[in-house]
Write a protein that binds this ligand. Structure first.
Ligand code: URA
Length: 195
């Protein structure tokens, strides 16, 4: 089990993504006028892209990574020859934190069991963790993104690539290059998987 967390029995009994979305709708309450943002993509995608939390555009549409960060992510996926629709895209946190603040540790802790079940249901070969909240949720609570990015981590047979969050690279060309490089590494690893 990734992150060493035993899943509550109720979650273990959840057998598909629709039912898991139903749990999220019960547990996480969006701000008034906003929507829950559950993951989207093929049920058994080999690539799992994990962000932090929805922003305003995502909370408005109910879909992950559709704003500026999503556009940059899409651009690098395209350059790496990865079709976004072949990947499963989700966030650690499923509702927009008020004022787009960073999620609190308690919110990550609350959201983690659902994320872990989401990962089990998708059963991906590769997870790209975009930003420190995703990396700390799955890899190491104390990980520093500047130190760990670009280094494969293996957990429960899943290869995890920690990298920068797209929003952290907008104004930093060097970091943009590294994000692109890490997505290319994920694309190379995908190509080497059994068909
Ligand atoms: N930032 C994220 O981490 N996730 C989104 O879906 C959008 C912006």
């Amino acid at each position: 089990m990734i992150a060493g967390t035993a899943l509550p029995e109720e979650l273990q009994a959840i057998g598909n993504l629709d039912a898991l979305r139903g749990v999220c709708e019960r547990v996480f309450v969006p701000e008034p006028g906003e929507r829950l943002v559950f993951g989207e993509g093929p049920e058994h995608a080999r690539l799992f892209l994990l962000g932090e939390a929805p922003g305003a555009k995502e909370a408005e549409s109910g879909r992950p990574f559709v704003g500026n960060s999503g556009r940059l992510l899409n651009k690098y996926l395209q350059k790496a020859d990865i079709l976004r629709e072949d990947a499963y895209v989700t966030n650690v946190i499923k509702v927009r934190p008020p004022g787009n603040r960073k999620p609190k540790t308690s919110e990550v802790t609350e959201a983690l069991p659902i994320l872990l079940r989401e990962i089990e249901l998708i059963d991906p070969a590769i997870i790209v963790c975009l930003g420190s909240i995703a990396v700390q949720a799955l890899v190491d609570r104390k990980a520093k993104i500047t130190e760990i990015r670009g280094t494969w981590v293996e957990k429960d047979g899943i290869r995890i690539m920690p990298t920068y969050h797209p929003s952290a690279v907008f104004r930093d060309e060097q970091k943009r290059e590294l994000l692109k490089q890490d997505i290319f590494s994920a694309a190379e690893a995908l190509k080497k998987l059994e068909p």
